[in-house]
Write a protein that binds this ligand. Structure first.
Ligand SMILES: Cc1cc2nc3c(=O)[nH]c(=O)nc-3n(C[C@H](O)[C@H](O)[C@H](O)COP(=O)(O)OP(=O)(O)OC[C@H]3O[C@@H](n4cnc5c(N)ncnc54)[C@H](O)[C@@H]3O)c2cc1C
Length: 449
């Protein structure tokens, strides 16, 4: 009888699992003995470590995503949200659009929906903040930063100028530090083209603990703080965001100021879909995984990545960290265990000792800790780029990214703020009279929202 494998989520774990299964099950897939279905609301996998470079315009955004239909030719792709899973009946509900939802039945389940931003009930955060996990957010931030620099150079109101030029990032992990450093680097470059601007942009990193980038260790964390401060970035440690109502930032150290941009990168939590399943979760909302990457008590359900609590066999009592390094390796092990289940073989446990981390701090600057060796500056930045290039799925994407970097050696990056992307119907609505010409107040609200 045909075995139906359902993969929920086409990110790191989902894509790498599907690619491996597609390769190893070529014959059974052709003969119709196996069917692999991948469900993801987006038609692509996002290579998240390159999002900061995409935001800064060093990489074309389309080059850091991998189209699922193109690389998973022997799998069935459904673009929709899985809204619930009843594993007791081996059935998932997929919502394609409002009002259209249907069940997808399966024999083996791979649940890999990753994580979402971990937010706090801070007044004004939901209205004024933006996350940094998706390609859409990175494109929006690029447009917003360039648009606000343009506006600051045009306004005659010094308060509005200051507001436009104030960029606040909350959370000193990978995403926050890299996004801030890359965008600040881009803004510095753009200032050369804004001679009319006689104020300096203000970049603020707010971190609740006493260190940033814990992934690279305390010594490189301190170095990173020094580097960022040298780049005119205010790094506020042991500080929390208390309020952002109306774009007015209030911090726990008493500072109060207006900022048009608030980026929230203060950690992640498991995707809420995990709660809409009948599978076992831990107190952090993660699926309870076994060392073989099956879900506890369910040999026909597999999980890995950011949404799973996977025991770390290299450190007693610990769980693997939510990062790409584990996600990619777990996907390989998970796919092999799916194959072993189909063939009635023994499953193998997942074991990987963390190699270290690399982070970029803008063009030609970085930090890296690999196998305990600490690297900083240009060599670390070079390692960062080389490592991620080798990890990027498919030769096609690798070639495109390499092409972008090569072009950037000879041509300056482009500084065009395509802010109207958020409202592409505007011009035609004005032309047809459906909308009045927007006032400056409307434009301001849009750019800072
Ligand atoms: C800006 C940034 C930089 C990073 N840099 C690094 C780095 O340098 N090194 C490192 O090791 N890690 C890094 N990470 C972390 C790394 O990207 C994650 O750990 C990794 O993506 C986790 O893989 P995953 O498969 O669990 O989740 P994801 O890759 O997030 O995939 C989840 C997938 O599930 C899909 N999905 C969501 N909801 C549903 C639904 N209801 N139904 C179906 N599908 C759904 C999503 O669309 C997505 O495609 C970074 C993360 C970010 C945000």
């Amino acid at each position: 009888m045909r075995k139906r494998i359902l993969i929920v989520g086409g990110g790191y774990v989902g894509l790498y699992t599907a690619l491996r299964l597609q390769r190893k099950l070529r014959g059974p897939l052709k003969r119709g003995e196996v069917e692999i279905t991948v469900v993801d609301p987006q038609g692509y996998m996002t290579y998240q470590p390159f999002l900061p470079e995409a935001a800064a315009g060093n990489l074309e955004p389309r080059h850091v995503i991998v189209p699922l239909r193109r690389v998973l030719r022997h799998c069935k792709i459904i673009n929709g949200h899985v809204t619930s899973i009843e594993h007791a009946r081996k059935s998932a509900t997929v919502e394609i659009a409002a009002g259209e939802a249907w069940p997808v039945d399966y024999d083996l389940l791979v649940l890999a929906v990753g994580s979402v931003s971990r937010t706090l009930p801070i007044p004004g955060l939901a209205e004024h903040g933006i996350g940094f996990k998706t390609i859409e957010e990175s494109i929006q931030l690029r447009n917003q930063v360039l648009g606000l620099l343009d506006r600051a150079a045009s306004t005659r109101d010094p308060e509005e100028c200051r507001r436009c030029l104030t960029f606040v990032f909350v959370g000193g992990g990978f995403a926050g530090v890299e996004a801030l450093a890359e965008l600040q680097d881009m803004a510095q470059d753009y200032l050369k083209w804004l001679p009319a601007l006689n104020a300096r942009p203000r970049w603020v990193l707010v971190e609740a603990t006493d260190r940033i980038l814990p992934e690279v260790g305390p010594e490189l964390g301190v170095y990173t703080v020094e580097q960022l401060r040298q780049q005119e970035i205010e790094v506020l440690l042991n500080t929390r965001l208390n309020s952002a109502v109306g774009g007015r930032i209030e911090l726990s150290d008493g500072k109060v100021f207006e900022a048009a941009t608030l980026v929230w990168t203060a950690g992640v939590k498991p995707h809420p879909l995990i709660n809409a399943t009948d599978l076992p979760k831990d107190d952090k909302g993660r699926l309870k995984a076994t060392v073989n990457l099956t879900v506890e008590g369910h040999p026909d359900a597999f999980t890995a990545g950011d949404n799973a609590a996977v025991p770390d066999l290299t450190t007693e009592g610990a769980y693997t960290a939510p990062n790409a390094q584990h996600a990619v390796r777990q996907a390989r092990c998970l796919a092999d265990n799916v194959l072993a289940t189909l063939r009635g073989h023994e499953l193998r446990p997942y074991k990987h000792a963390y190699v270290g981390s690399v982070a970029s701090l803008g063009l030609y600057r970085g930090v890296a800790q690999l196998y305990g060796v600490k690297v900083r500056g240009l060599p670390a930045w070079f390692i960062h780029r080389t490592y991620h290039l080798t990890r990027l799925p498919t030769l096609n994407r690798k070639a495109r990214v390499l092409g972008d970097w090569t072009f950037a050696l000879f041509f300056r990056r482009q500084f065009v703020a395509l802010g109207s992307m958020r409202d592409p119907y505007r011009e035609f609505d004005i032309a047809t009279g459906r909308r009045a010409q927007p006032s400056a107040a409307d434009t301001r609200a849009r750019a800072s929202s």
